[in-house]
Design a protein. Structure first.
Length: 101
């Protein structure tokens, strides 16, 4: 989260500097500036869409692993050692996944 905040603050400062330079200091016409801004918006929209798809994928993986963990915990047919081994494996996968988020 902190890394994102630093990136966001830097990006915001860069964007503000760029906007001032393009809008005030450049000799771009209205239509050129509009075209440039639309391209920037399209690029950011594509990046946001890609990020959102990745987030949904990770969320789905997390739910699946949690469901697997619950199934292993409640499965009455597994012997105790196998159940404990599988449960430890799934918990480790969940911890690894959460540590990367």
């Amino acid at each position: 989260e902190r890394e994102f905040d630093r990136y966001h603050q830097d990006l915001t400062h860069e964007d503000l500097s760029m906007l001032i330079e393009w809008g005030v200091k450049s000799r771009l016409t209205h239509s050129q500036l509009e075209y440039t801004c639309k391209k920037l918006i399209n690029s950011l929209s594509a990046e946001l869409q890609e990020f959102e798809e990745g987030r949904k994928h990770k969320e789905m993986q997390l739910v699946q692993k949690a469901q697997r963990c619950v199934k292993i915990q409640t499965d009455a047919y597994r012997d105790e050692k196998e159940r404990a081994r599988n449960l430890d494996m799934v918990r480790g996968e969940l911890r690894a996944m959460l540590s990367r988020c």
